[in-house]
Ligand binder design. Structure first.
Ligand code: NDP
Length: 294
């Protein structure tokens, strides 16, 4: 892939594209970067030696990677690049997208001779900067193997099934994050109401069976410190839980906990703010209980 393009330089895309640019430098290729707000692309070029490009220029790359909020924004970009794509290229969408969108996106791109892989990522901005993201990919195995060596932001890359399976696994992973975070918030609120020191409680929980990434990392680092650094938006997590719920409903399955948690994060997103960090959802639990988790 002599020319790589990255579309969407948000909290995740900016560092991910940095790894592609570094790889391009090693291999003598070029990494084009496009962002809706062009100043981000200019800043990326200055920091990583990528090339700020128009969307039309980026669409002509041999490998295109996108990371936008939802599948709706990806569809918008697909509309805009019509007629500018290069047959034989590959589009890897790292958005946490909707599994229903993936087959349509793949079919649309195949009409232009372009292959599409759904390849959402996990690990947050820390792993994006370190180049150690977990990537879950849906699509034909041969196509995935062809791009594997080029996705320089990946620490672990697993084919999880056919087109759309990557988006499905990501939605369920994040529904689990949402459940764990909410449950831990309720548990700590109970302990806070009883006057238990929460740092000591977490110390014990993290050496016990109730632990999760939320008790080990997110809550001590973001909630107890009252910092809530906005690296992953609350609105995005509500979106992901909603996708998992859609999948349950489409299959006529029963997932009452995920249904409940989706409603809770949608409410938190409205009341606390969609742009706030996802951990700020626990402020709703704090309000309901009149206790601060600190
Ligand atoms: P951000 O909100 O930080 O960035 C969103 C990006 O999308 C920006 O580049 C923004 O451009 C662009 N964008 C928004 N709307 C449009 C549009 N209509 N057309 C074109 N571009 C648009 O999001 P994140 O980087 O946090 O998340 C991106 C994806 O990755 C999401 O699907 C999220 O769920 C997922 N994800 C996020 C993680 C995290 O920790 N943050 C972890 C794993 C996955 P502009 O600069 O102009 O606003």
């Amino acid at each position: 892939f002599p020319t790589t393009a990255f579309l969407g330089l948000g909290a995740m895309g900016f560092p991910m594209a940095g790894h592609l640019a570094a790889r391009s430098r090693e291999t003598g290729g070029r990494t084009l970067v496009w962002n809706r707000t062009p100043a981000r692309a200019a800043a990326h070029a200055a920091e990583f030696g990528s090339v700020a490009a128009t969307l039309e220029e980026a669409a002509g790359a041999d490998l295109i990677v996108s990371c936008l909020p939802t599948s709706a924004e990806v569809d918008g970009v697909l509309d805009a690049v019509r007629g500018h794509l290069k047959p034989g290229s590959v589009w890897v969408d790292c958005t946490s997208g909707h599994p229903d969108a993936a087959p349509e996106q793949r079919a649309r791109l195949l009409e232009a001779g372009v292959r599409f892989l759904d390849a959402p990522v996990s690990g947050g901005t820390v792993a994006a900067k370190a180049g150690t993201l977990t990537v879950m990919v849906g699509g034909p195995a041969q196509e995935i193997e062809a791009v594997r060596p080029h996705l320089a932001f990946a620490g672990k890359l697993v084919r999880v099934g056919d087109t759309g399976a990557g988006f499905a696994v990501k939605a369920v992973n994040n529904a689990l994050l949402a459940v764990n975070l909410w449950a831990a918030g309720e548990g700590l609120a109970i302990l806070g109401l009883r006057g238990v020191e929460l740092g000591a409680a977490l110390d014990v929980i993290n050496a016990s069976s109730g632990r999760s990434n939320t008790t080990e990392n997110l809550i001590p680092q973001r909630v107890l410190t009252r910092q809530f650094p906005a690296t992953f938006g609350l609105g995005l997590l509500a979106k992901d839980a909603g996708i998992a719920l859609d999948l349950a409903e489409q299959a006529r399955g029963s997932a009452p906990v995920i249904a409940q948690v989706t409603a809770l994060y949608r409410a938190a997103s409205r009341v606390i703010g969609a742009q706030e960090d996802h951990t700020a959802a626990l402020k709703l639990i704090e309000q309901w209980n009149g206790v601060e988790l600190k």
